[in-house]
Design a protein around this ligand. Structure first.
Ligand code: ADP
Length: 300
């Protein structure tokens, strides 16, 4: 029995519900693909570089796939309830877990805790998601320990069950439950690659940095900078991403460009904002930093 101190705070599943419509700018047919997969309850794999919109997309889909909320009143039968999204629906609960190398199956499923009243069981986030019919989003899934595969497989085939080994029980997933995982193909080494036996259980949706016109729109909207600044940042991003051929490990993410835009919105000069939020955090190599700064000066 595991009697270690609790390592996670316990939240009610409702706290994971997306409130209000998240801003998501579609780039291709990802909305249709995800909706189709969700309706068929086929697990979804989101592939793509860091900071290109995968998490925001899942949040948006959880809101979009919200189901009508009805409440039975004593005399007048079922009636819709007003709620966060304002359109007579509530979002599907969303449980997001950033996977890391110490994340074990027990962290996901749950553990026994010893407190003043004795031993009690606490459901982990995966168990809560399965019971609540949530979308469970395992971000960077290949980072998690191998033992998590034992949980993913029975949840992603016709069984849709979660084995809770420590309790000797099995939980059937709620009808609304869907597993969604993400991974960044750039990061993978042979050891950490997603196994065929796992990846062939998912529908894959490929993400990449949005084309410059769309990325400018996103940067402007998310950072509050001017349209001209956002356009220049999107242009800069294309050039920076080309440096990957010269040894830059990963191109500038949309997230970083938004950071630059936000610094600019605070009145920080464009070149300085790029240095702090784009050049220095992308690489420590002086040569590459110099190349990046040249690109910045060519644009701003
Ligand atoms: P990932 O999960 O791929 O690492 P995120 O979803 O966290 O990346 O995206 C980083 C940020 O970029 C988001 O917080 C959001 O501000 C912005 N973003 C990226 N793509 C989009 C998009 N298509 N629509 C709206 N915002 C986006």
């Amino acid at each position: 029995m595991d009697t270690a101190e609790p390592q996670f705070k316990e939240y009610a599943i409702e706290e994971f519900t997306v409130r209000g419509e998240p801003y998501y700018r579609p780039v291709g047919d990802e909305l249709e693909l995800f909706t189709g997969a969700y309706n068929q309850r086929i697990p979804v794999l989101l592939k793509g570089p860091t900071g290109c919109g995968k998490t925001r997309f899942v949040e948006y889909m959880a809101w979009k796939l919200g189901r009508p909320l009805t409440v039975v009143r004593e005399h007048d039968g079922p009636s819709p309830l007003p709620n966060g999204s304002g359109n007579g629906e509530v979002a599907v609960p969303l449980v997001t877990i950033a996977c890391h190398e110490d994340l074990t199956a027990s962290d996901l499923v749950g553990r026994y805790l010893l407190d003043a009243d004795g031993t009690r069981w606490i459901d982990g986030p995966m168990t809560r998601a399965v019971k609540a019919g949530a979308i469970l989003y395992l971000d960077e899934v290949v980072e998690a320990r191998k033992d998590t595969t034992v949980l993913i497989h029975p949840l992603t085939d016709h069984r849709r069950i979660l084995p809770v080994e420590k309790r000797g029980s099995i939980i059937e997933a709620d009808d609304s439950f869907l597993l969604c995982i993400s991974y960044n193909p750039h990061y993978q080494s042979a050891i950490k690659d997603l196994k065929q036996s796992t990846r062939q259980r998912f529908v894959a949706i490929e993400f990449d940095y949005p084309p410059p016109e769309i990325e400018a729109e996103i940067i402007q909207r998310e950072s509050g900078c001017s349209a001209a600044q956002a356009e220049s940042l999107a242009k800069l991003a294309v050039k920076v991403r080309n440096l990957r051929d010269e040894g830059l490990e990963e191109g500038a993410s949309t997230r970083l460009l938004i950071y630059v835009g936000r610094l600019m919105t605070e009145g920080i000069a464009a070149r300085r904002a790029c240095q702090a939020a784009l050049v220095w955090n992308l690489t420590d190599e002086l040569e590459l930093q110099r190349s990046l700064e040249e690109l910045v000066t060519a644009v701003f």
